[in-house]
Design a protein around this ligand. Sequence first.
Ligand SMILES: Nc1ncnc2c1ncn2[C@@H]1O[C@H](COP(=O)(O)OP(=O)(O)OP(=O)(O)O)[C@@H](O)[C@H]1O
Length: 256
Amino acid sequence: MNQLLVLDKIKLAYPHQKQLKVVVENFSLSLQEGEIGCLLGPSGCGKTTVLRSIAGFEPVYAGEIKLANIVLSAPDKMVEPENRHIGMMFQDYALFPHLTIEQNIAFGLKNKDKAYIKSRTAEMLSLINLADTRKRYPHELSGGQQQRVALARAIAPSPKILLLDEPFSNLDTDSRERLAFEVREILKENKLSAILVTHNQAEAFAIADKIGIMSHGKLLQWSTPNEIMHNPNSKEVSDFIRRDSLSTLREQAFMR
Ligand SMILES: Nc1ncnc2c1ncn2[C@@H]1O[C@H](COP(=O)(O)OP(=O)(O)OP(=O)(O)O)[C@@H](O)[C@H]1O
């Protein structure tokens, strides 16, 4: 299979008091076509920053990001976000409240012809099983339904890859895991590749082909869920998996 996304030794930083605060360093991973990758790690380890750099919202200070063999980011190169052919479903990337469900889905298709917009929107609505809601407004749908619409909106323009940042975090535990499985099915049926960011281990294991465990801006391991679970490459990874399992169980106990 072909490598679709390659992050090669990237360094990411934020300006801080006239200096640079490095938050991610020497970070490499590759994702093949059709694969779903998931970055997992504690709050502040740099997951969102990595995702934002792939989307083109943060520059790289070293290394490069390539998508389908094209360099998107390097210290001397920055392809604009709108020219990257990347779909996004971010935590704060809510639906437009004044647009109907079908208008929301059609949002990224503005430059296409009318017939295509109509058929693509109908296709997306049936993909997420919400054809009967097309004339409704976002506030008339449940949180899980709204997230499915956000997914359809991101998929509609046929991006090369989807980036999902904590897409299920506003949902209760049961809906969260159900939706994670549903999203996996939709992505797999459509042979779509994605990178998802979460701090919820159950979600990562439910959805991903590859999981990356992050700590303090470093990628500790990038492997299949099975490898991560049964063959962690360091004590830090095995401690994280164990500690995180406990906190997920605790979180579930409180939320039920
Ligand atoms: N705009 C910014 N300016 C300066 N520092 C930032 C900015 N955004 C993030 N940071 C810092 O970069 C580091 C990584 O943050 P990031 O949001 O990528 O972590 P995260 O793993 O996604 O965390 P969370 O799970 O809480 O969303 C943190 O120390 C954070 O404080």
